[in-house]
Design a protein around this ligand. Sequence first.
Ligand code: 13P
Length: 260
Amino acid sequence: MRRKMVAGNWKMYGRRASARILAREIEDGLPAVLPIDVLVCPPAIYLEAIKGVLGESARVMLGAQDLCAQGEDGARTGEISGAMLLDTGVSHVLVGHSERRQLLGETNESVGAKLVAALDAGLIPILCVGETLAEREGLRTEAVVVTQLQAVVNVAGNDAFARCIVAYEPVWAIGTGRNATPDQAQAVHGFIRSWVAEQTDQEIADDLRILYGGSVKPDNAAALFAMPDVDGGLVGGASLKASDFIAICRMAGETARAGT
Ligand code: 13P
């Protein structure tokens, strides 16, 4: 049985004080027992501060938004290695977020290299894939997603799917308030799982967690999380408001308890 996860991607928002307050509100506001994994991914510069707030919290894990593709220490001005993230208490790292692909020059190849660097460092990568609106309208969603997944297989091998999480984030749904419908999300999640099963084996595919991201809000989360291949959410805007994020976590908990 796959354990559901709700991950908050804080992107480049907040300041030290507000980030600490948000982390404290989330930690205090979550139910004591929740049958899901909860992760927050603050800006890298505040990871240490948020780690300080969360302490050894068993309920909220710490994620990073990016890492350097090179694993070894070296001359990479401005970069942060997987080992440094691990050293700071990070357990997960986003890899290949569409904003990095579209605005910051990430390619399928660099994403593959970063995923390998994350695995080598002992982090769990959350591999982000998803199509643009033009690609969806051109009926190329599956082809685009396969290209993004295949790039990872090329460098990390099929086994990577036994050690990572996938986040399906249609670009047209990110920050737009226009989420994929539960059926649209399910169609792509189901496709990803069957593609992974073909590449690896059914057990790895069955165990792979596939999160949905793109305008997840308290009013649509329950329907999305109830879909059989949607194993939780990667939440942007709504993760910046503790009450919304907590509401979304509760909904994931309820669907987990209901066994969907
Ligand atoms: P929004 O939830 O703001 O659409 O952002 C989604 C996202 O990009 C999470 O990584």
